[in-house]
Design a protein around this ligand. Structure first.
Ligand code: FNR
Length: 388
C-alpha cells in the first residue's frame, strides 16, 4: 500500500524492482481475467511452482580477489547480438496486458539491446511489430499449422520482415488444462466471438479445441472458427523431427525447437537439423505434475553437448536465476510472465525496466562469482543446497 508507493517514489522509479512486487503490482492493475490468463498454469499449478522452486536448490559460489577488468554480460546467439543473455519468450495475446502489446514489447527489448521472440498468436501483425522496433532484432515463434501453405507463408513473411530466427513451438500440439482460464469462462461457445478477432483472443486459441467432441460447440460456424484457430495457433500434432528438413528448406533462417525436456528428444532433434534447442515446459502452462524445467537442463545440455546453442525458460525471475541456468549449460534464457507484467505496468518502458533489472542483477552476480563474461560459467559455479 502506501509504504510501497512511497518507496517507489523515493527511489525515483515508477516500477517495483523485485520480481514478486512486480507481479503484485500487475495483479492490482490488470482485470482479474487478464492477470489469471498470464499468471495461471496447468492443473494445480504444481509444475509452475516447481519451476520456481528448482532454483532454490542451487547455491552460487562467491569468489574474491580476482576482479581487475569490467564484466560484460553480452552474448551472440545464432548471429543475434544480445546485450544480456535474456530474450522475451513468445506469449500470445499480449494485448491482454497492454493495448500496445507486442509492438511495445519489441521496442522495450530493443531499447535494452535484446530481442522479443514474437508469438504466432500475436495480437499485432508481425510486420507491424518489426516496424515498431527497427533498432532491434526479432525472432519469430512458429506454431506449425495443419495447412502447409499457411505455415510456409508465415515463415516467408517473418523472413521478409527481417526476423532473424524461427522458433518452432514443439510443446503446444494440445491444449493444457488451465482451471483459472476455465473459471473465467474462456470458452468460445460462451462468448460468441466472430471470425475477425479470434487470433487475439485466448478464449479461442487456448481452449477452442479442448475437447472437439467434448464441451460442445453450438454450431458449424463456430466449429469452423475453432478449426481455423487450431490450424493457426497449435502446432500440428502429427509434426515429426523429419519435418524440420521441410521447414529448413523454406527459409535461410536458423530453426530452433522450443519445449524440449527429454535429452533423447533433444539429441534426435539436433540430428534432424535443429539449429538450437529451447528447454522449456511452457512455464508449467501445459502439463501439471510435470518436472521442473531446470531439472531437465543438465541432461539436455549433456545430450546436445555444444553442437547447437541451448536456450532455457520456465521459472526465470532474477539475475541469479539467469546465472544458474547458464552455469547448467544454457547459452541464454527467456522470460515469459515477468515481461508481461512489465508491459502491463508501463508498455515498452515497463518491459525495458524488467530487462534492465535482470541485466544489472545478472552483471553483479557474474562479477561476484568471479567472471568477466558468460563464456566461463560452468557447473563448478554451483553447489547443491537444501531448499528452504
Ligand atoms: C506463453 N508461452 C507461449 N509459448 C509459446 O511458444 N507460444 C505462445 O504463444 C505462448 N503463449 C504464452 C502466453 C502467456 C500468457 C505466457 C505466460 C506464456 C510460454 C512462454 O513462451 C514461456 O515458455 C514461459 O512463459 C516461460 O515461463 P515463465 O518465464 O513465465 O515462468
Amino acid at each position: 500500500g502506501s509504504y510501497q508507493s512511497h518507496t517507489f517514489r523515493a527511489g525515483g522509479s515508477a516500477y517495483p524492482f523485485g520480481a514478486d512486487a512486480l507481479e503484485e503490482a500487475a495483479r492490482l492493475k490488470l482485470p482479474a481475467e487478464s492477470f489469471d490468463y498470464i499468471a495461471g498454469a496447468a492443473g494445480r499449478e504444481l509444475t509452475a511452482r516447481a519451476n520456481i522452486a528448482a532454483f532454490t536448490r542451487y547455491g552460487l559460489i562467491y569468489r574474491v580477489l580476482r576482479h581487475n577488468s569490467p564484466t560484460d554480460p553480452a552474448v551472440t546467439l545464432l548471429g543475434t547480438p544480445l546485450a544480456l543473455p535474456v530474450l522475451l519468450a513468445p506469449a500470445g495475446a499480449a494485448d491482454l496486458a497492454h493495448p500496445g502489446a507486442e509492438a511495445e514489447a519489441a521496442r522495450g527489448a530493443a531499447d535494452v539491446g535484446t530481442s522479443l521472440v514474437l508469438s504466432a498468436v500475436t495480437s499485432t501483425p508481425l510486420e507491424d511489430v518489426a516496424a515498431a522496433a527497427p533498432h532491434g532484432h526479432l525472432w519469430f515463434q512458429l506454431a506449425w499449422p495443419g495447412d502447409e501453405q499457411l505455415a510456409r507463408s508465415l515463415v516467408h513473411r517473418a523472413e521478409k520482415a527481417g526476423y532473424a530466427a524461427v522458433v518452432l513451438m514443439g510443446d503446444c500440439y494440445a491444449a493444457g488444462w488451465r482451471p483459472r482460464e476455465l473459471d473465467h469462462g474462456f470458452f468460445p461457445y460462451r462468448h460468441g466471438h466472430g471470425l475477425g478477432n479470434y487470433s487475439s483472443d485466448p478464449r479461442f486459441w487456448e481452449l477452442a479445441d479442448h475437447s472437439p467432441s467434448g464441451p460442445g460447440l453450438p454450431d458449424d460456424a463456430t466449429r469452423a472458427v475453432a478449426a481455423a484457430t487450431w490450424n493457426r495457433v497449435f502446432t500440428r500434432p502429427s509434426l515429426a523431427p523429419e519435418d524440420l528438413a521441410t521447414l529448413k528448406s523454406w527459409t535461410h533462417l536458423p530453426v530452433l525447437v522450443k519445449g524440449v525436456c527429454d535429452p533423447g528428444e533433444a539429441r534426435c532433434l539436433v540430428d534432424a537439423g535443429a539449429d538450437g534447442i529451447a528447454v522449456s515446459n511452457h512455464g508449467g502452462r501445459q502439463l501439471d505434475s510435470g518436472v521442473a524445467a531446470l531439472d531437465c537442463l543438465p541432461a539436455v545440455a549433456a545430450a546436445v553437448s555444444g553442437r547447437v546453442p541451448l536456450l532455457f525458460d520456465s521459472g526465470i525471475r532474477t539475475g541469479t536465476d539467469v546465472l544458474i541456468a547458464l552455469a547448467l549449460g544454457a547459452d541464454a534464457v527467456m522470460i515469459g510472465r515477468p515481461w508481461l507484467y512489465g508491459l502491463a505496468l508501463g508498455g515498452a518502458d515497463g518491459v525495458a525496466h524488467v530487462l534492465r533489472c535482470l541485466k544489472d542483477e545478472f552483471t553483479s552476480a557474474l562479477t561476484l562469482t568471479g567472471h568477466h563474461t558468460c563464456a566461463t560459467l560452468s557447473p563448478s559455479d554451483l553447489t547443491p543446497v537444501r531448499a528452504p
